[in-house]
Design a protein around this ligand. Structure first.
Ligand code: GLU
Length: 475
């Protein structure tokens, strides 16, 4: 049955969320218009000869706000890509970076293509040509605009883009910083691939470490006590779901994928489902559990926590009334429309918003970019020194107590910090700090009842962006 409620576009939906927060800040009209406007957007179309035919591809890169440089955000390969998506997602990047204190502006782009329809050699030619079009126009560069993987792209595409940039700018000392999310051998950072999923996990840890927050959402117990539905076992959903399963063991009662949903009240085995998907390309036929062809219906399933980790706009005015979860965790960008947001909030359902929840990717991208600009592995200068200090501490304790330090402690004190340890702990810290800031803001700014998490997140981000925009401030 077609959805009877008229849809707002993605960009307008994000703009409505921002406007709502702005109305609480009494932002003057001109400033509000400036904050909502997308600074620039480029559309490129180019032909590629594939075998005996020529195909024309169209792509976009939008810069929402360049108050800090470089601007940052993914490049998406999707048949749904258009300018509206680029602008909406670029605005989300601005606010995500501001909220997490990542000193970048916001950008996003993508190509309208279904990458599954092309072989690797064709994709490489298409990607390299798209990259050249953007590089020539200043929409990819280490100092100004730095893409990363997004839906339909991965380390592989970043490697092709990096190589195209290097070809055009061999003199640029910082060329490897023109993209993040690269393969490790090309200057990538350990932990970037899992970063968004791991960031969602840290966001959940921060939420569940606050008994008041849990109670207020109408939930009980720890993260491990929850019944969870996840939509999307792509890069974000998969890393999140496997971390949850390894660390907290909540029951993942449904997994929604492109070809339908699997469900099992006793909990699904994420690794087995992922393995099955790798082999067959979908979830249908996975043995021993329930299957529902109309996957979207499972968003409405009885559960505690619903984690949309795939597409935008999946929770909309047409289904928001039927969502049963107490907590919606936006691991994807824009999974709830503004209309859905209002319905869920009025029903007392808590939403942890995308600008906070899925910011782990760009946080670790920031670490990768610093590493590239610094031309040094994080921790390289003090690793050995730390290990030696640890050895001295152990020797002192052993000398003074006449007892030996247990092996596990010796190992941890003398190992020296690995880069992956630094990345994970700094990501954890970033997510916790942002959560605390949101908690405090919603309590201080809310009238009697704390405001919803999204509005509080936007209040923080908007204030930071306004302070950093010299064109809007009077000094
Ligand atoms: N595509 C990711 C996002 O939407 C990461 C962006 C980045 O690292 O620049 O947040």
């Amino acid at each position: 049955m077609p959805d009877p409620v008229p849809h707002q576009g993605f960009r307008d939906s994000v703009a409505s969320m921002v406007e709502h927060a702005m109305s609480l800040l009494d932002v003057p009209e001109g400033t509000a218009d400036a904050l909502k406007a997308c600074s620039s957007v480029v559309q490129v179309s180019f032909p590629i000869r594939l075998g005996d035919r020529i195909e024309v591809f169209t792509g976009w890169r939008a810069v929402h706000s360049a108050h800090r440089l470089p601007v940052k955000g993914g490049l998406r390969f999707s048949p749904d890509m258009d300018q509206d998506h680029a602008e909406a997602l670029a605005a989300l990047m601005t606010y995500k970076c501001a909220l997490l204190d990542v000193p970048f502006g916001g950008s996003k782009g993508g190509l309208r293509i279904d990458p599954r329809q092309y072989d690797e050699a064709s994709l490489e030619r298409i990607t390299r040509r798209f990259a050249r079009e953007l590089i020539r126009r200043g929409y990819i560069s280490p100092a100004e605009n730095v893409p990363a993987p997004d839906m339909g792209t991965s380390q592989r595409e970043m490697a092709w883009i990096l190589d195209s940039y290097k070809d055009l700018h061999p003199e640029d000392l910082n060329h490897i910083a023109c993209v993040t999310g690269k393969p490790l051998e090309l200057g990538g950072i350990p932990g970037r691939l899992e970063a968004t999923g791991r960031g969602v996990k840290y966001a959940l840890d921060a939420f569940f470490s606050e008994p008041d927050a849990v109670r207020e959402a109408g939930l009980e117990g720890k993260l491990g006590d929850q019944r969870i539905v996840i939509q999307g076992l792509g890069n974000v959903g998969y890393h999140l779901a496997s971390l949850l399963q390894q660390k907290d063991a909540p029951r993942i009662v449904a997994i929604i994928e492109r070809d339908g949903a699997l469900f099992d009240e006793t909990g699904l085995d994420v690794a087995a489902v992922h393995d099955y998907m790798q082999r067959t390309g979908g979830v249908e036929g996975f043995p021993g559990v329930g299957f529902e062809r109309d996957g979207a219906r499972m968003l409405e399933a009885d559960c505690d926590v619903l984690i949309p980790a795939a597409l935008e706009g999946v929770i909309h005015a047409g289904n928001a009334e039927r969502i049963q979860a107490r907590l919606v965790v936006e691991a994807a960008n824009g999974p709830c429309t503004w209309e859905a947001d209002r319905i869920l909030v009025s029903r007392g359902i808590t939403i942890l918003p995308d600008v906070f929840v899925n910011a782990g990717g760009v946080v670790v991208s920031y670490f990768e970019w610093i590493r590239n600009i610094g031309h040094i592995r994080l921790g390289r200068l003090h690793r050995r020194h730390e290990a030696t200090r640890g050895q001295h501490v152990i020797s002192a304790i052993e000398m003074m107590t006449n007892r030996s330090v247990p092996d596990w402690l010796r190992e941890s004190l003398t190992r020296g910090t690995q880069e992956i340890d630094l990345v994970r702990s700094a990501l954890d810290d970033s997510m916790r700090l942002a959560f605390q800031e949101i908690r405090e803001t919603r309590e201080i700014e809310g009238n009697d009842v704390p405001m919803d998490y999204r509005t509080a997140a936007y209040l923080i981000a908007l204030r930071k962006v306004m302070r950093a925009r010299s064109d809007l401030s009077s000094f």
